[in-house]
Design a protein around this ligand. Sequence first.
Ligand code: ZN
Length: 347
Amino acid sequence: MALYAELHRHLGGSVVPRVLWRYFERHSSELISRFAEYPEFEEFYTRPRNTLDEYLELHTLVESVQTVETLPYFIYRLLRGAYIFENLAYLELRYTPYLRTPEHLSQSERIDKMAEIVEVVGKASHLPEYPIVTSQILCMHTRLPYQVNKAIVDLAAQNKKYVCAVDVAGGDSYYRDRLQEWVSLYEYARSLGVNTTGHLYETKAGCYPELLPYLMRIGHGIQIPLLYPELLKDVAKRGQCLEVCPTTYLKTGTLQDIRQLKAVFDSCFQAGVDIAICTDNAGLHNMRLPFEYENLLTYDIINFEQLQACQDAAFRHAFAWPYAQRPASLLNGLLQPEPPKTLAIRE
Ligand SMILES: [Zn+2]
């Protein structure tokens, strides 16, 4: 039986449109008053945007309703869907804890509240009826000042029970002005033994070779094989895995055609760079991980063997998967028991 690992999913973008609509209907109907019926809302919520900035703007809509009180509601539905429809055995959920704290508080009060958010997300992610191994990635954010981002790294270091890594999000074109700051934050994270990934080389404007050595995995990274294939050798040497999220690039206008990803996969396989296939914002995309897999096969971007290599890579690069093998090899013994000996004797 195939069970999957999802390494790149945002808590904000993972709310499927139907769940969000129901939530608004019950609790904040003024936010959806301009939509007459659900299909209009779904169309608005999931339609492709022209740029990554426009696309990221949608996150703020969901962030505004994901508070310490409502997070368990959304996370319960997220895990239920992931277990029932996506066959996930492992899920890393990422988000910026500061952006889930009350806006009216001072910066230092909001920093203090972040630990509570991590705890609430951690507890809500543990559901005996939908058993998935989960962990959190805390995202530093381009809109936040250094002190807040440093506090996010500190929180990750102090809370290894629930947190497996840090990331940077908020649009990769914005790192340039504060590049030294991002380098020092990542250096700091590594010095504390915190695992690292980062949204990088997602768009043409987000290519910073200076940051690459600090990352254990690369969020997207598709511009490396597309524009800077000479970097692939070092990416392979460092054992970095690309978290490739096929639907995202069409929704953000980064690629025009999904078939452009063939070059990404081909170059990475050739260079020995691992790829984990991920959904990024499954809810915003109205997408589920098995359909991402199927799409890549349908468009002849990869074959079955390559798909399995990517699925294996996802478990290998998972920061908090507690086993040496992926679940298939753990389950095989259960699902394919030796034929009972009596059957062999009787003829
Ligand atoms: Zn992302």
